[in-house]
Design a protein around this ligand. Structure first.
Ligand code: C2E
Ligand code: CA
Ligand code: CA
Ligand code: CA
Length: 274
């Protein structure tokens, strides 16, 4: 049994080694990928339930690796944050999204994700101003999505940046709402324009009573605060009907469309509005 234990231990070490190596390879690839223009931005529609019109798209980063194919942002964003590449990638996503959205109908907005790390590096506001100016996109059409973790170290500096961004006319949405800590307090510390209900709650609807209750509570909060609520990860008509009945204002999810390249946006709008 002792031998067996040792063998298992060695296997575990090898496994760790392999994983650490794969991770280092990914790090090196990631540094190169930027220079080699391997990143893309895909767009996923958001629909207003009141009139079933598409009101905006969320920009989602994609990495087309020459050997490994598409790599999920869930895999490379955390590494980019760790090795200090996220600000460059984030700036490129913002510039690309603003430029492409500037060519869409002007009642359609663009939502861009900001990493908490971008709030710690200087020049975030300047970067947003530059992206708006270079693209000619009206600030009112840009929405920035931040997670609760941005407010976790609620420093005066963070709030100042958020207020400066909002003063430009840009909207601020709270992403993944309900998954962080003491969410309600954060809503008081800054006037968000929108709350996005995390897909982990939407996914369990309508079979799971707890998830239904949480979603209802978040929508109620949005109504009380006079801000819109976007439910993420809506995959079924049943979920849509339920969300509408609860008073949710907007939805996003595979039911409407998966994230698509900019080249498909025009056709998708025609299709969703027909
Ligand atoms: P997120 O901001 O919560 O984005 C929503 C994610 O849910 C996207 O995954 C989207 O493709 C996926 N999704 C949308 N509808 C559905 C659905 O109906 N069902 C399911 N199962 N999934 C759905 P994606 O594109 O893989 O992005 C993962 C995360 O990576 C994002 O989560 C965001 O946190 C991060 N991310 C993506 N692009 C950027 C970026 O440019 N900057 C930063 N900082 N983070 C990004
Ligand atoms: Ca998001
Ligand atoms: Ca989200
Ligand atoms: Ca998420």
């Amino acid at each position: 049994a002792k031998e067996e234990g040792r063998g298992r231990h060695r296997f575990f070490e090898q496994e760790m080694d392999a994983r650490a190596q794969a991770r280092r390879a990914l790090e090196l690839d990631l540094r190169r990928a930027f220079a080699l223009r391997q990143f893309e931005v895909h767009y996923q529609p958001q629909m207003k339930l009141a009139d079933r019109r598409v009101v905006g798209f969320e920009a989602l980063a994609r990495w087309r690796h020459p050997e490994r194919g598409m790599i999920s942002p869930a895999a490379f964003i955390p590494i980019a944050e760790e090795i200090g590449l996220i600000s460059q990638i984030g700036e490129w996503v913002l510039q690309t999204a603003c430029r492409e959205a500037a060519g869409w109908p002007d009642d359609i907005s663009i939502a861009v994700n900001l990493s908490p790390v971008q709030f710690s590096s200087p020049g975030l506001v300047t970067m947003v101003i530059a992206a708006l100016r270079q693209s000619g996109l009206a600030p009112e059409r840009l929405e920035l999505e931040i997670t609760e973790s941005v407010l976790l170290q609620e420093t005066a500096a963070t709030l100042t940046i958020l207020h400066q961004l909002r003063a430009l006319g840009v909207r601020i949405a709270m992403d993944d709402f309900g998954t962080g800590y003491s969410s309600l307090g954060y809503l008081r510390s800054f006037p968000f324009d929108k709350v996005k209900i995390d897909q982990s709650f939407v996914r369990e609807m309508p079979s799971d009573g707890d998830s239904n209750a949480i979603v209802r509570a978040i929508i109620g909060l949005g109504v009380s605060l006079g801000i819109s609520t976007t439910a993420e990860g809506v995959e079924t008509q049943e979920q849509l009907d339920r969300l509408r009945a609860e008073g949710c204002t907007d939805i996003q999810g595979y039911l409407l469309s998966r994230p698509i390249p900019a080249s498909g946006v025009g056709d998708l709008l025609l299709q969703l509005h027909s």
